[in-house]
Ligand binder design. Structure first.
Ligand code: 97T
Length: 387
């Protein structure tokens, strides 16, 4: 595979000559070329950037140097070549994309700096080669060089013949799967910390179960976004509540609003003081939905019309299933249930319920007022689009 890099800081790419890529170069597997973008400038100051049209801060990399560089590197036949433009606004770099790039004959990395590269460079390159704008994560770098290095390492280790990549099949479990379980080696006791005894038991079934459990726990804790929707809720259903649901709704309601009461330092909130009769009666006054997982009631929400306002309330999710999008799902569901006469959604939440407020704001709700002076709940509203 041939790799080209266009950069105004060629020294930044020195690591390519070292260690693993370096060995792959020595073995003839890789052909690496780092180019100083200024080679394709013609003025005395070797200018590569200019101010943005339309104004604004920062500088934009001029089209001419990149254009001439790509003309030279791509020639007219760019079959099998992918131009990789590293940019914070690119598609996310993943193991899947690494595998795709590893199938190409050549990669040409265009490392951006400043506010980016004149868009026409990419538009023009697309007329002859495949162009991928790629981001390595949601954070800001000074330039694309480090991103290009990260992409290079992930791609090169997948190339057939790259040292020790026979195990790569195993490692690809990362994509879409669970995070890895923790690992330990000798000694069994170190500075007062013990290796979990199950790993010393010789019981391979127990070890496999423990590792799987650890992997799931880590994933739930650190990367709930990796969990498939089915893992969020197993086999879930969302249905209109019936009278027989009242007791379970009350139980979940008490569990959820104790948390609310603590977060807002207020034990007087109504959901904590209702009895079964009140909840049962409310099912007649409100359009209430419940989510069940494997038969268990784990979430609920309700809505009802007040003039042209669709009041949303009692959005609750079982404590062990928080952070997996179930609340958002219920909120979507109850909004979709608003009848034709509704023009605005309205809901209440504790003014100090940070997680709730964040979710509602993300869904487009805005705080209108805080009732009862400082202490009361916040009222949030959102216009129903097109009404
Ligand atoms: O932040 C950047 C600045 C320039 C070029 C690339 C990046 C970047 O790429 N992935 C994340 C950030």
């Amino acid at each position: 595979m041939r790799l080209d890099y266009l950069t105004i800081f060629p020294d930044y790419l020195a690591p390519l000559q070292l260690s693993l890529p370096g060995k792959a170069v020595a073995s003839g597997l890789l052909d690496v070329h780092v180019h100083d973008l200024r080679r394709w400038t013609h003025d005395r100051h070797r200018t590569v950037d200019d101010t943005p049209y339309g104004g604004g801060a920062g500088m934009v990399l001029k089209p001419e140097p990149f254009g001439e560089a790509l003309d030279e590197l791509l020639g007219d036949g760019a079959e099998g070549v992918t131009v990789v433009v590293t940019t914070p606004s690119g598609e996310p770099f993943t193991q899947e994309l690494a595998r795709e790039l590893a199938t190409r004959d050549r990669l040409v990395f265009a490392c951006g700096r400043y506010e980016g590269i004149d868009q026409r460079v990419l538009d023009h390159a697309r007329t002859t080669a495949e162009v991928r704008e790629v981001s390595i994560g949601d954070y800001v770098l000074n330039g694309g060089e480090v991103a290009a290095l990260a992409i290079t390492e992930a791609v090169v280790r997948l190339l057939p013949g790259f040292m020790g990549n026979a195990q790569s099949l195993v490692e690809e479990s990362h994509e879409g799967g669970l995070l890895e379980h923790p690992v330990y080696t000798k000694p069994a006791s170190w500075r007062g910390h013990e290796v979990p005894p199950v790993l010393l038991s010789g019981d391979h079934g127990a070890i496999a179960r423990w590792r799987r459990d650890q992997a799931v726990r880590r994933t739930v804790e650190r990367r709930p976004d990796l969990l498939p929707a089915s893992a969020v809720t197993g086999d879930w259903t969302i249905e209109r509540a019936v009278r027989a649901d009242a007791a379970e709704i009350l139980t979940l309601q008490l569990a959820c609003w104790v948390r609310e009461a603590i977060a807002n330092d207020d034990l007087s909130i109504p959901p904590l003081h209702e009895d079964l009769e009140t909840v049962t009666a409310s099912l007649a006054d409100w359009d209430t939905s419940v989510v069940r997982v494997g038969g268990r009631l784990v979430g609920s929400v309700r809505g009802r019309l007040d003039g042209d306002v669709w009041d949303i309330g009692r959005l609750m999710v079982a404590p062990d299933l928080r952070g997996r999008g179930l609340g958002r799902l219920l909120l979507e569901h109850v909004q979709a249930a608003a009848p034709a006469g509704a023009a605005t959604y309205r809901l209440f939440t504790g003014k100090d319920s940070a997680d709730n407020l964040r979710m509602y704001k993300k869904a487009g709700f805005r705080v209108r007022e805080v009732l009862d002076g400082r202490s009361g709940p916040a009222v949030l509203t959102k216009r129903i689009s097109g009404r």
